[in-house]
Design a protein around this ligand. Structure first.
Ligand code: T3D
Length: 255
C-alpha cells in the first residue's frame, strides 16, 4: 500500500496521506513518498494542489512507534520534515489543506504550511507536541505565530487543547468549514477554481507574502516592483488586460 496516494484531475493534483490505521502518522517512507508527490506537483500543468488524509484523520503527526529511530531527532527533522515544508512553500501554485479529520503535532504544522485550509465539520486540531513534552516543530511555531498571533499561539500550543473545526474557523485557522461528506466535492470545486486563475501571479503573490514577514517596507516595495515586472511579462497578464478591454471573461493558461 502506498503511504501517499497521488491523483490528478485536470490541473488539480491531490496528495492523500495514506496510513489510516495510525491516523496518517508520519514515518520515513511516508515522508519520502510525500517528497516525490511534491516534486510531481512542480509540473507546470498542475495549477492547484490539495493535501488531505485517508480515513478519519488528516495526520496525527510523527508516528510515535517509530519515534527516536534516528540518533538525534534534529537530524530526523532536517532530513524528513524540513524538505517537505520547504517544498510546499516553494511551489509556485496554491496548496490547499483539506482537513478531513483529526490534525495533530507535525500534521497540524503541515496543514499550516499550506496556503489555506478547508475543514470538515468533524475535524479537530490538537497541538500534540506538549502532550509528550516536546516543542512544536516542522514550522509549527513559524506559521501558528503568524496565523494566530503570539498570545493565542502560545496559549494553545502550551495548553494542548483540542480545537473543533468551528473554533478553528473563528480563530482564522481555517477558511471554511463544510459537512464532512461534502468536503471532497467542495475542495474539488475550490481547487478547480484556483486552477483557472493566473497561476504565475498566484505563485508570485505567495512569494511576496512569505517575503513580507522578515522584510523592511523598503525591501518589500522593491520585491513587489521586481515581481510586478515579472508579472507583466506573463501571457496571463496580456490575456487579462485583453479580456477586460474586450469585455469578456479571461481564459488564463498559467503561463
Ligand atoms: O522523530 C521526529 O522526527 C520528531 C518529530 C515530532 C513531530 C510530532 O509530530 S510530535 C507529536 C506526535 N503526535 C502526537 O503526540 C499525537 C498523538 N495522538 C493523539 O494525541 C491522539 O491519537 C489524537 C488526538 C491524534 C487522536 O485521538 P483519538 O482519540 O481520535 O484517536 P486515538 O484512539 O488516540 O488513536 C487511534 C489510533 O491511532 C490508536 O491506535 P490503536 O490503539 O487503535 O491501535 C493510536 O495509537 C494511533 N495513533 C494516534 N496517533 C498516533 C498513533 N500511532 C502512532 N503515532 C501517532 N502519532
Amino acid at each position: 500500500m502506498a503511504e501517499v496516494e497521488v491523483t490528478r484531475d485536470g490541473a488539480v493534483q491531490t496528495i492523500t496521506l495514506n496510513r489510516p490505521e495510525v491516523l496518517n502518522a508520519f514515518n520515513r517512507a511516508q515522508h519520502a513518498a510525500l517528497r516525490e508527490a511534491l516534486k510531481e506537483a512542480r509540473d507546470p500543468e498542475v495549477r492547484a494542489v490539495v493535501l488531505t488524509g485517508a480515513g478519519r484523520a488528516f495526520s496525527a503527526g510523527q508516528d510515535l512507534k517509530e519515534f527516536g529511530e534516528a540518533p538525534d531527532v534534529s537530524e530526523a527533522l532536517r532530513e524528513s520534515y524540513h524538505p517537505n515544508v520547504l517544498a510546499i512553500r516553494a511551489l509556485e501554485k496554491p496548496v490547499i489543506a483539506a482537513v478531513n479529520g483529526v490534525c495533530a503535532g507535525a500534521g497540524l504544522s503541515l496543514a499550516c504550511v499550506c496556503d489555506f485550509r478547508i475543514a470538515a465539520d468533524n475535524a479537530s486540531f490538537v497541538p500534540g507536541f506538549i502532550g509528550i513534552g516536546l516543542v512544536p516543530d516542522s514550522g509549527g511555531t513559524y506559521f501558528l505565530n503568524r496565523l494566530l498571533g503570539a498570545s493565542r499561539a502560545f496559549e494553545w500550543m502550551t495548553s494542548n487543547r483540542r480545537l473543533t473545526a468551528v473554533e478553528a474557523h473563528a480563530w482564522g485557522l481555517v477558511s471554511e468549514v463544510v459537512e464532512a461528506d461534502e468536503l471532497p466535492a467542495r475542495v474539488a470545486e475550490i481547487a478547480a477554481f484556483y486552477a483557472t486563475l493566473p497561476t504565475r501571479g498566484i505563485g508570485m503573490t505567495k512569494r511576496l507574502l512569505d517575503h513580507a514577514d522578515g522584510a523592511t517596507l523598503e525591501e518589500q516595495l522593491e520585491h513587489e516592483a521586481q515581481l510586478q515586472s515579472a508579472a507583466t511579462k506573463t501571457e496571463d497578464f496580456r490575456e487579462g488586460v485583453a479580456a477586460f478591454l474586450e469585455k469578456r471573461d479571461p481564459r488564463f493558461t498559467g503561463r
